[in-house]
Design a protein around this ligand. Structure first.
Ligand SMILES: C[S@@+](CC[C@H](N)C(=O)[O-])C[C@H]1O[C@@H](n2cnc3c(N)ncnc32)[C@H](O)[C@@H]1O
Length: 204
């Protein structure tokens, strides 16, 4: 945990917001998927590995009022709070490793863009999926985006696990039904193309 945390703290302390490859102020695909779910405005939403928290900001601007951002990096959360100013008070913030965290809270939506794919060990993946399963309400939703099999093998200098649409669709346990899956290209600030697999799920 410590090594990972140090890596991410260093990234957020040394790189500008617009310099990180995942920079995406409009959270396009995530917002498209989330808006399609027609959640209530007071739905409990958690963004795993929220980083600079543009998704949380986009959700606030659409009137969602119960948002939690979790990130392993305290520096990321401090930077997001600073950028959001007063709006940060409307968000709940958690510094934790998504592969080693437990919560008694139940969420209507679990969102993860480009965090899950950093878990490469079976036990970390298993732990993450178990926590997700315990934390999502019945009838709740999951939106996940990872690098696809056509994407890069590393992100932020760290080896990641690629997921094809088929692989991503198989990640969640029984009881999660796939609603939609597609591949999307993300263009980084340095104009590199990163192919993502994105899926949304409903828990029955
Ligand atoms: C590639 S960035 C994506 C940030 C954000 N989701 C976005 O789409 O802009 C990955 C984020 O996940 C966080 N992270 C990496 N490993 C994590 C873990 N095990 N638990 C929680 N957060 C993690 C990093 O600090 C970073 O903010």
């Amino acid at each position: 945990m410590k090594e990972k945390k140090l890596h991410w703290d260093e990234v957020y302390r040394n790189k500008d917001i617009e310099e990180v490859s995942w920079y995406q102020p409009k959270s396009e695909t995530s917002m498209e998927y989330i808006l399609d779910l027609n959640l209530k405005k007071n739905a409990k939403i958690i963004d795993i590995g929220g980083g600079d928290s543009f998704l949380a900001e986009n959700l606030l601007s659409k009137g969602y009022s119960h948002i939690t951002v979790l990130d392993i990096s305290e520096a990321a959360i401090e930077r997001a709070k600073k950028r959001l100013g007063k709006k940060a008070d409307q968000i709940e913030w958690i510094v934790a490793d998504a592969s080693n965290f437990s919560s008694s809270e139940k969420y209507d939506l679990w969102h993860d863009r480009a965090t899950f794919h950093f878990l490469t060990k079976e036990d970390e993946i298993g732990n993450y999926v178990r926590t997700l399963d315990n934390s999502v309400k019945k009838g709740g939703h999951v939106v996940m985006g990872t690098f696809s099999e056509k994407g890069q093998e590393k992100c932020s200098g760290v080896k990641i696990k690629q997921y094809s649409l088929h692989d991503l669709g198989e990640v969640l346990p029984e009881g999660f039904e796939i609603l939609e899956c597609k591949n999307v290209d993300h263009i980084t600030p340095s104009e590199a193309v990163q192919n993502f697999s994105f899926c949304s799920f409903k828990k029955s």
